[in-house]
Ligand binder design. Structure first.
Ligand code: ZN
Length: 93
């Protein structure tokens, strides 16, 4: 089956069923954005995970990684409303 969509929570292209959460193509988010029970991670969880990933893969300073993760996430459909309302991690800058 040809599946081509983008995860609403991290922007990852999902080309195969197994890229979707729980292998379920009806899910609009990917397996990396799902908790163990298959539900989607919350904004704070995803933000922390994304920042952690940036730190481990790119060696970024935690503050920089956090800002960058925030900038990336707030452009995605899943978090637009959260970002617009200020979000739990909004900083003064
Ligand atoms: Zn994702």
């Amino acid at each position: 089956m040809l599946v081509s969509s983008i995860c609403i929570a991290c922007g990852m292209p999902m080309e195969d069923a197994e890229d979707h959460a729980g292998g379920d193509i009806a899910k609009t988010y990917c397996r990396y954005c799902a908790r163990e029970d298959g539900t989607m991670q919350s904004y704070p969880e995803k933000l922390a995970n994304y920042a952690g990933w940036l730190i481990s893969t790119q060696g970024l300073d935690p503050t920089v990684a956090h800002g960058q993760a925030e900038a990336i996430l707030r452009a995605l459909p899943a978090w637009r409303d959260v970002a617009a309302s200020g979000g739990p991690y909004r900083r003064a800058t």
